[in-house]
Design a protein around this ligand. Structure first.
Ligand SMILES: NC(=O)c1ccc[n+]([C@@H]2O[C@H](COP(=O)([O-])OP(=O)(O)OC[C@H]3O[C@@H](n4cnc5c(N)ncnc54)[C@H](O)[C@@H]3O)[C@@H](O)[C@H]2O)c1
Ligand SMILES: [Zn+2]
Ligand SMILES: [Zn+2]
Length: 363
């Protein structure tokens, strides 16, 4: 069992949405004191995942207000509990979507704690002690060390932050399907946003032929020139879609909004897999024919386990993989959320939490 620490005495300055307008405003709240298995982290950067926008606006109907979003966190350890192993003051660390899990179910025991039924999320969750979890749009985090990872020394803390969610979310399905170590497959990435652009980088680094499938014609040049994608399919262009039928081994769908699966499924070869990580608020229509005539699979997954998150970060350190980010000060979060909603970001906003744009009374 993770510890229970009811003493919420630490005043922390952060930013929260107070209602479904999603508007983010300064918000001061309390965190638990650093427990024996906790580390306290001075947050330096936090990525703006599309999930933050879903939470802020209650798109999925599960938001508890006020919500302090943020689960792509990098920072420096400032305090270490007596039972903590592997971390010391001054360490460069990261925290993603996972705040805690039961630690003894079959998934926790096999490094798949992201599938633990008792999973506690870093933001908009309910912790063991009944408190609401407040995320990384804040100056300081107290985290159970078993859900904290090390950021490789050579990676910049700002451009590494989105790896904590976007990175692991696309790394995991590629690894699960043997695609880290068997190059030469044809991989499709649907949606070229925060998750999608990291997926292109990983799939390329693993030696695959990468096709971006997007609704935005303007993304063709950038997908190819900036990210090195080999091919681009404009999903609204019937001829382009038709020409690519049965051409891909594996497709990662990172799209946040409603869209049809049928044309995407048809791009898969026989026995190909469509892996869904995007989370539109409306259910998909799943047609039977492209499945039965192509023996295709449709799967989904949430982030990845902690061990694999560290492995992914180490891989990124070794191969110098970071995210393409637009760094903003906290006072620009609302503008960033609006732009994220309109798909106007290349490819991830990251908040410079430690910047001095806001005067605040607490650390
Ligand atoms: N499964 C997981 O563990 C996990 C982890 C992180 C994020 N997510 C979810 O993944 C999705 C993507 O997250 P992100 O941070 O990359 O978002 P993003 O906004 O950066 O990227 C989403 C992409 O989808 C495209 N898009 C949006 N609506 C579309 C539509 N109707 N048709 C076609 N394209 C459309 C956008 O143009 C953009 O390129 C979100 O729903 C998010 O909640 C899931
Ligand atoms: Zn996320
Ligand atoms: Zn568990």
């Amino acid at each position: 069992m993770a510890q229970i620490t009811p003493n919420h005495t630490l005043a922390v300055y952060g930013w929260a949405a107070l209602d479904s307008s999603g508007k983010i405003v300064p918000y001061t709240f309390k965190r638990r004191e650093n427990g024996v298995k906790d580390v306290t982290i001075k947050i330096l950067y936090c990525g703006i995942c599309h999930t933050d926008l879903h939470f802020a606006r209650n798109d999925w109907g599960n938001t508890t207000y006020p919500v302090v979003p943020g689960h792509e966190i990098t920072g420096v350890v400032t305090k270490v509990g007596s039972d903590v192993k592997g971390f010391k003051e001054g360490d460069r660390v990261g925290v993603g979507y996972l705040a805690a899990s039961c630690l003894h179910c079959e998934y926790c025991k096999t490094d798949q704690e992201n599938y633990c039924e008792k999973l506690q999320s870093t933001s908009n969750g309910v912790f063991w002690d009944g408190s609401i979890t407040y995320g990384g749009y804040s100056k300081l985090l107290v985290a159970d060390y078993r859900y904290v990872v090390h950021i490789p020394e050579n990676l910049p803390m700002d451009a590494a932050a989105p790896l904590l969610c976007a990175g692991i979310t696309v790394f995991n399905p590629l690894k699960d399907h043997g695609l880290v170590t068997s190059p030469g497959k044809k991989i499709g990435v649907v949606g070229l946003g925060g998750l999608g652009h990291v997926a292109v980088k990983f799939a390329k680094a693993f030696g695959h032929h990468v096709t971006v499938i997007s609704t935005s014609p303007s993304k063709e040049a950038e997908a190819k020139q900036r990210l090195g994608a080999h091919d681009f399919i404009l999903s609204s262009n019937v001829n382009q879609m038709q020409a690519a039928v049965r051409s891909l081994d594996f497709i990662l769908d990172t799209v946040s909004g409603e869209h049809a699966l049928l044309p995407i499924l048809e791009l898969l070869k026989v026995k190909g897999t469509l892996f869904i990580v995007g989370a539109p608020d409306k259910p998909f229509e799943l047609p039977a024919f492209p499945l039965i005539f192509g023996k295709r699979s449709v799967k989904g997954g949430i982030i990845g386990g902690i061990k694999e998150t560290q492995e992914m970060l180490d891989y990124c350190g070794k191969h110098n993989i970071t995210c393409d980010i637009e760094l903003i000060t906290p006072d620009r979060v609302n503008e960033a959320m609006e732009r994220l909603d309109k798909n106007d970001v290349r490819y991830r906003f990251v908040i410079d939490i430690a910047s001095n744009s806001n005067n605040h009374p607490f650390i």
